[in-house]
Design a protein around this ligand. Structure first.
Ligand code: AMP
Ligand code: ZN
Length: 492
């Protein structure tokens, strides 16, 4: 399995540190607001990477922090008259809620910066002892980039190049403009913790590094985040690990491309800034996932509502195909000998899985993986249309299960039933009114209504047929006529 390593700029064979196990860490959000769809792109990409590693049989341990102490949180607290802890708590809960709506799996470990102060202070003390960090009179502690001969190893830039190319803040207390704060002295009214260097709070880069060391051990297999984190955040993380524990922080560094909206950088001032919540309030999570996974995780992602509208139809095609297969399986008679068409679809099922893995093994090419899923959709649709009611139960079920299995790796949920279990209860009343049905099962009522509609049509009794269709429509369902008969599905 090949994975692109941002540090070496090459695709490399994934070689887990412990056979069969992967330890991975993805930098979590700074919790001062709802996350935006750019953040969501990154979290989704790593969700699918993790799911695929699990699908391949790896035992994955996934850690993600919550940055719950930061200038942005403090500013937001001051603006809104709350404490920083209140802002962080509320936004952490909102983040977790939106991740659940988006279908992103919970991390195995979710440390919060404010609960890890001790581990960070231990690391800072060690760095001071080893001569690569220094406290200054104001109470800050800085990491000395000049003391670290490897500094720049991740981003591939030397300090000289950086100095020539970048504007950096001037600070008299720093020995080098690229030195970064490991510990920040407390300002009045800010959250702070006691420390050997005075009251203060940890720097952002310190947080992830100390948590990785504490919860996963160094090095880990995979460290991820958006490409904007390579410098300085990840550069600084790896520098600290190297200097504190003589270990690289991660064997493989993975970075996602930035999400753009309508071809432009997303920003509040351009008016093209969207939170994940507002998008999920309007569109199904699986459609948003599908759109994002159509682009390789390293490439910039072009988001637009126009594309999202288009993708809703693509998602529906996948869902309908799986439903049709299960429906055909439930209604077809017991299998006899498999015919040529059955065998051909059987082959397509195996090919789709092989091709899916081939694509995903190539640095998690989700676009290629989706193409493999959709080639099975096309083959299955052709099979269903040609076979009419002479389908093989076993082959239909196997095709539906394969679609469900592969979609699940993408985090896209396909129902494992033909859909009868989530029919609205209103069908029972409608069947009573229109066809004298006396039972209480929505699934039975659906059958009764479709049979009654069929009969009315056969008798050219259009008024009754239309009344049944309209009644069904009012319940949020549509009647679909297929070669193998009529049935119901949900309006999208
Ligand atoms: P932050 O809360 O700003 O640290 O961001 C959380 C995660 O989202 C980080 O991994 C960022 O790299 C990532 N991120 C931020 N903006 C974007 C964007 N426009 N596209 C993709 N990922 C992003
Ligand atoms: Zn981090």
């Amino acid at each position: 399995m090949l994975v692109y390593n941002s540090q070496t700029h090459k695709k490399e064979e994934l070689e887990p540190i412990e056979p069969g196990k992967i330890r991975m860490y993805v930098c979590g959000p700074t919790v001062y607001d709802q996350i935006h769809i750019g953040n969501a792109r990154t979290f989704l990409a790593f969700d699918v990477i993790r799911r695929y590693l699990m699908y391949k049989g790896y035992q994955v341990t996934f850690a993600q922090n919550l940055t719950d102490v930061d200038d942005k949180i403090i500013n937001r607290a001051n603006e809104t008259g709350r404490t920083a802890a209140e802002v962080a708590e509320e936004c952490s809960a909102a983040f977790i809620e939106q991740m659940h709506r988006f279908g992103v799996l919970d991390p195995d470990i979710r440390p919060r910066a404010t609960h890890e102060i001790e581990a960070m202070q231990e690391m800072i003390s060690l760095l001071i002892e080893r001569g690569v960090a220094y406290p200054v009179p104001s109470g800050d502690v800085y990491f000395s980039v000049r003391a670290d001969h490897n500094y720049g190893i991740l981003s591939g830039r030397s300090l000289d190049q950086m100095r020539a190319g970048e504007r950096v803040e001037v600070n008299d207390e720093k020995r080098d403009p690229f030195d970064f704060a490991l510990w920040k002295a407390a300002k009045p009214g800010e959250p702070s913790w006691p420390s050997p260097w005075g009251d203060g709070r940890p720097g952002w880069h310190t947080e992830c590094c100390a948590m990785i060391h504490r919860y996963l051990g160094c090095p880990i297999d995979i460290h991820g985040g958006g490409a904007d984190l390579i410098f300085p955040h990840h550069e600084n993380e790896t520098a600290q690990a190297m200097c504190a524990w003589d270990s690289v922080l991660a064997n493989t560094w993975m970075h996602t491309g930035m999400l753009r909206v309508d071809g432009e950088k997303m920003s509040k001032s351009l008016g093209n800034f969207y939170t994940l919540k507002e998008v999920l309030d309007k569109y199904p999570a699986d459609a948003v996932r599908l759109l994002m996974l159509q682009t390789h995780y390293r490439a910039p992602l072009d988001f637009s509502f126009e594309r999202l509208e288009g993708v809703a139809g693509t998602l529906e095609r996948l869902q309908t195909c799986a439903r049709n297969l299960r429906w055909a399986a439930e209604r077809s008679p017991q299998d006899g000998e498999l015919n040529d068409a059955d065998r051909a679809l059987g082959t397509q099922i195996d090919t789709a899985r092989e091709e899916f893995c081939r694509q995903m093994d190539d640095d998690f090419n989700t676009a290629g993986g989706l193409a493999a899923i959709f080639s099975l959709v096309t083959a299955a649709n052709t099979y269903l249309a040609d076979a009419a009611d002479d389908t093989s139960t076993a082959v239909c079920l196997r095709a539906a299960d394969m679609l469900t299995e592969l979609a699940d790796v993408m985090g896209i949920g396909l129902s494992r039933s033909a859909g009868d279990d989530d029919l609205p209860a209103g069908l029972v009343d409608l069947a009573r009114e229109q066809a004298g049905y006396e039972g209480t099962s929505a699934a039975e009522a659906a059958e009764v209504l479709l049979a009654a509609r069929q009969q009315a049509r056969a008798e050219k009794n259009w008024g009754v047929a239309d009344a049944i269709r309209d009644g069904i429509g009012a319940l949020g369902l549509v009647v679909e006529d297929t070669a193998a008969g009529a049935r119901l599905h949900r309006k999208e």
